[in-house]
Ligand binder design. Structure first.
Ligand code: AMP
Ligand code: ZN
Length: 469
């Protein structure tokens, strides 16, 4: 059975489903106010690998629910600051609804390119306002929430376990909530957090707003995940995922809200967090100019599946440092592996699982995946198997099932958008330079030259996409 690091217990634990044969899994989804970057990609590839392992290796039925945070929310994880979505909308001269739709589509496209299976249920926060209001009402009825002229707050002092989650104390949280953000005037305790914002004071012009028992306003950020996860998965469920940034505020708050509302513990059995993707040793951010998207990778001739392969070479729980050399190495390995599988194109798949020749490779592969999703080890076993002298039939049967877990689409699209030749990469760089200096004639000429050599270049607002024609 799969063993995985549970952030709540800080132990590697065996996953035992609450309901036999089934897993309820909730993944914190994207905030749709900006382009999806490769750091997001790492988190959703982890979720995808987890889901495929549960489904294919453990043969469990996974109900995978993922939200879309489309309510404009506030810049920091705490409750103050500017509304990110509104800021983005104003900058682009669009409505917040249009911005949310565009970035949601963009996110979905990135997920598809990374070969991430779509969730069973995708739920938008703005479609579930009534569920969020109903949960806040329960929290207040159970005496964990209080109404003030500026907002409805969660009272952390009433929730005995609040500081204990993920080893934090309320004192630490108070400091965190004071750093860089102002404490609400009506908060009883500095660590109390907002369940419902009222459209008053600095929020009086907030674009997205709804009627509620506490007046016109909009939900706090954390409540949507509690309300929607419990709506689709029940008041207690198996797995909850997120990036490591959710460990300190979002997830403790989700636990507090959910358990305060239902009176049931634990809200979730296993909490799984992906450690952040860094770039050249630094946190990825717009201001450092190191925030990369798939289109930035395409400009340099790297495919989304090479990025996926690259992610799999590092354990999801270790910090990963993205470098161009690292990605180039991953792409080289993927192309080589892909070629080996393409060479088996004429070999038929004769079994669904595989228990014949070379089964020891499959057993080692399963053991690696079951050991806290050790994808790096699993990949090395794939290589060992492909280089071994077992029969082609055995290789084909084994690689098909292994790839269904790793999701590298091996052997299916050997050329398309993979391994752009050096010569084309060089032309892409020249074209990028031409575009930077607004030399459109030259940029078009280079595009035509690239087309003559068999590659299509498509321009997007945030970069280009290159494909073999
Ligand atoms: P956001 O759209 O910022 O809410 O992020 C969506 C998900 O991606 C969250 O679970 C984040 O924790 C995760 N995430 C954001 N940045 C990174 C990163 N650099 N590396 C890994 N995961 C990230
Ligand atoms: Zn969430």
């Amino acid at each position: 059975m799969l063993k995985i690091f549970n952030s709540l217990s800080k132990n590697v634990e065996e996953i035992v489903p609450i309901h036999k044969g089934e897993i309820g899994m909730y993944a914190c989804g994207p905030t749709v106010y900006g382009y999806t970057h490769i750091g997001h990609g790492r988190k959703y590839v982890t979720d995808d690998i987890l889901r495929r392992t549960l489904e294919i290796i453990e043969e469990l039925k996974v109900k995978h629910v993922q939200n879309v945070t489309d309510v404009g929310h506030l810049t920091s994880d705490a409750d103050s600051g500017e509304d990110k979505m509104e800021k983005g909308a104003v900058a682009a001269g669009k409505t917040v609804w249009e911005v949310a739709k565009e970035y949601t589509d963009y996110f979905n496209n990135v997920m598809k390119e990374l070969n991430i299976l779509p969730p069973t249920i995708v739920c938008k926060a703005t479609d579930h306002i009534a569920d969020q209001i109903a949960l806040i009402e329960k929290i207040i009825a159970n005496d964990y929430g209080y109404d003030t002229p500026e907002a409805v707050y969660f009272d952390v002092t009433k929730f005995a376990d609040y500081g204990k989650m993920f080893n934090q104390t309320i004192e630490e949280k108070s400091v965190a909530s004071r750093e860089g953000v102002e404490v609400g005037e009506f908060k009883k305790h500095p660590a109390d957090f907002v369940l419902w914002f009222k459209r008053v004071g600095k929020y009086k012009d907030h674009v997205m707003h709804w009627e509620s028992p506490w007046g016109d306003g909009f939900p706090g950020w954390h409540i949507e995940c509690s309300a929607m996860s419990m709506k689709y998965l029940g008041e207690q469920f198996d797995i909850h995922t997120g990036g490591e940034d959710h460990l300190s505020i979002h997830h403790p708050n989700e636990i507090a809200q959910s358990e305060a509302g239902t009176g049931k513990k634990p809200f979730v059995k296993y909490w799984i967090h992906t450690t952040f993707l860094m770039v050249d040793g630094k946190k990825m951010s717009k201001s450092l100019g190191n925030l990369y998207k798939l289109t930035d990778l395409a400009e340099k001739g790297f495919s989304p599946l090479s990025l996926r392969y690259y992610f799999l070479t590092t354990h999801y729980h270790k910090q990963m440092n993205f470098t161009w050399e690292g990605l180039a190495g991953a792409q080289k390995s993927l192309l080589k592996l892909n070629k080996m599988v393409v060479d088996l194109s004429d070999v038929p798949v004769t079994a669904e699982g595989w228990s014949g020749e070379g089964v020891e490779y499959f057993q080692k592969f399963v053991a690696a995946m079951e050991d806290d999703l050790n994808t790096a080890l699993a990949l090395s076993i794939v290589w060992e198997m492909m280089k071994s002298n077992i029969s082609d039939e055995a290789k084909k049967n084994l690689i098909v099932v292994m790839d269904s877990v790793l999701g590298l689409n091996l052997g299916t699209e050997p050329e398309k958008n993979m391994g752009i030749p050096e010569e084309i990469k060089e032309l892409l760089t020249q074209r990028e330079e031409a575009r930077k200096t607004k030399n459109w004639a030259e940029s078009d000429a280079i595009r035509a030259e690239i087309a003559d050599k068999g590659y299509r270049v498509e321009d997007y607002p945030d970069g280009v996409k290159v494909e073999k024609i």
